[in-house]
Ligand binder design. Structure first.
Ligand SMILES: Cc1cc2nc3c(=O)[nH]c(=O)nc-3n(C[C@H](O)[C@H](O)[C@H](O)COP(=O)(O)OP(=O)(O)OC[C@H]3O[C@@H](n4cnc5c(N)ncnc54)[C@H](O)[C@@H]3O)c2cc1C
Length: 479
């Protein structure tokens, strides 16, 4: 017989039982840890409301008993924001059953989707109307649009379409006291006072639970060209980007950097793929896309001719089919899976001015290797956004007890270089609990003061995702 959880005797949990309460311990584990397995906690209860009214009721009941609430999407956030702490005090509110597309306005290029819609389902719904929702990231089969909004997710198309913030026209949000912020109007222009929806985008669930969003759609690109290029150096990658921006303007939609070590790692998991040409020190995965009457292929070809003449590109392949383009992207995705297979490793997500990317990568890798010659630094990412993941795989055979300390040491090296260059320690993934100390140590005092006042104004009892981004009102570990 399935084991039922301790919540069976909990007065609050009994009150939540008609809101999709997860009763079985084994099933609950799924909501108590994230995708990476790095963050694992214990929830007092897990509720899965089906409607905005149900979310309001769950939040009200928790607030009445002074119980903190953790909004949860697809568990793919990488900074511990949506995982309960191990105190067992917090109630997880999963949005997974709020997964309806409420409507699509094809003439107005917009859609209203509930927060629990998987990102890939939002993309599919747009495509079914010959439209395009451009937010795209490797986790798109699992992450939810509510989680994307809460983290202001970026991904591969930021270069052209911006971060999630640029794709949101309106929001519906349940506030920490259960009231409803109704802002789904979806106007493109509305200069009537403060744009309050912006507060909830990127707030990582600390100011309220997003229940639905009005999203901006775009014309569906009918021509997409994908090229994998081999380059002599990191400096040529920056020069090639500048040339691509000038030659192709807004047709350029992705410009991903992968040094050789990343390709080798990706080929370890994508075993049916092969090196597409003679190995090069640096690779760029480039995509350009358009619809309408523009003819894309000749523009790409002229750009590539000029890039080879200038010495920015050594070799390359333009995908001849959708399947080949998909294989190029599988290299990018395989790289992530290959790191996961190597076990615990440092994941960073930093941003710096594009022009200093080569110096940043070279200096940081040199410092890491000087400190631990057998570690594997991997620097790749959305070069066109100045967003690099400088990750570190610990030396093979490192005893598990040493790994935590090693990863902290490596992170300090990466962040020191970021501070020197005036960059950000979190370009896309956010702060959550994982980066909180580093964030609080760096953010200017005035900005922290304003953030704490906003949090206090909306959530005076600190019940909405406490301890994420800002320090909790109640010390951690107390109950
Ligand atoms: C393989 C992989 C690749 C990734 N690539 C990228 C990338 O390219 N770009 C990028 O930006 N991120 C990336 N991420 C990080 C992650 O996918 C994004 O942060 C994503 O937006 C999180 O969505 P989620 O639904 O999984 O949210 P969760 O992980 O469930 O939650 C994330 C945060 O949002 C809050 N939250 C979730 N839903 C709501 C809601 N409805 N209302 C209020 N708060 C809510 C949670 O409390 C938590 O603080 C990647 C992650 C993985 C695993």
């Amino acid at each position: 017989m399935a084991q039922t959880s301790a919540t069976a005797s909990d007065e609050l949990a009994i009150g939540l039982s008609s809101f999709g309460l997860v009763e079985e311990v084994a099933e609950r584990a799924r909501y108590e840890q994230d995708w990476s397995g790095d963050h694992v906690g214990r929830a007092r209860a897990v509720a899965r409301p089906r409607s905005t009214a149900e979310v309001q009721e769950v939040v009200r009941r928790c607030a009445a008993m002074h119980v903190p609430v953790i909004p949860q999407g697809g568990h793919t956030g990488l900074v511990g924001g949506g995982t309960p702490a191990d105190s067992g005090r917090e109630v997880v509110v999963s949005l997974e059953r709020m997964n309806r597309i409420r409507g699509i306005d094809a003439a107005g290029f917009s859609m209203v989707a509930e927060a629990g819609c998987i990102l890939a389902a939002v993309q599919d719904a747009a495509r079914a109307h010959d439209l395009y929702f451009p937010l795209s990231l490797s986790a798109e089969g699992s992450c939810q649009i509510g989680g994307n909004i809460a983290t202001n997710a970026g991904g591969i198309n930021v270069l052209r379409y911006g971060m999630t913030r640029e794709l949101v026209l309106g929001l519906e949000v349940v506030l920490p006291d259960g009231r409803l912020f109704e802002g789904l109007g979806g106007l493109r222009k509305d200069n009537t006072g403060y744009d309050l929806k912006q507060l909830f985008i990127g707030a990582e669930g600390t100011l309220g639970i997003v229940t639905a969003a009005s999203l901006k759609l775009h014309p569906r690109p009918t021509q997409v060209e994908t090229a994998l290029l081999g380059l002599p150096s990191l400096t040529s990658a920056v020069e090639l980007f500048a040339q691509a921006r000038r030659d192709m303007g807004d047709l350029l939609s992705a410009f991903e950097l992968m040094p050789r070590a990343c390709i080798e790692l990706a080929l370890e998991v994508a075993t049916d793929l092969h090196d597409p040409f003679d190995p090069a020190p640096v690779y760029i995965l480039l995509e350009a896309a358009t619809g309408g009457l523009i003819e894309l292929r000749p523009i790409l070809e002229r750009f590539l001719e000029r890039a080879v003449e200038a010495g920015h590109v050594l070799d390359g392949v333009v995908a001849a089919s959708t399947a080949q383009a998909r294989d190029f992207w599988r290299l990018r995705e395989g790289l992530i899976e290959a790191q996961v297979r190597r076990g615990r490793h440092l994941r960073t997500d930093v941003s710096i001015p594009i022009s200093v990317i080569p110096a940043f990568i070279e200096r940081t890798e040199a410092a890491l290797l000087a400190s631990a010659p057998d570690c594997l630094p991997l620097a790749y990412g959305h070069l066109g956004d100045g967003n690099i993941h400088l990750n570190v795989v610990p030396p093979k055979g490192m005893v598990p007890e040493r790994i935590d300390g090693f990863l902290q040491h490596c992170e300090a090296i990466v962040f020191a270089e970021i501070d020197r260059l005036g960059g950000s320690i979190s370009a896309e993934h956010g702060i959550g609990t994982k980066k909180r100390a580093a964030f609080l140590a760096r953010k200017p005092a005035l900005q922290l003061d304003l953030m704490r006042r906003i949090k206090q104004a909306l959530d005076p009892d600190d019940l909405m995702n406490p301890g994420r981004i800002l320090e909790p009102a109640m010390p951690e570990g107390s109950s």
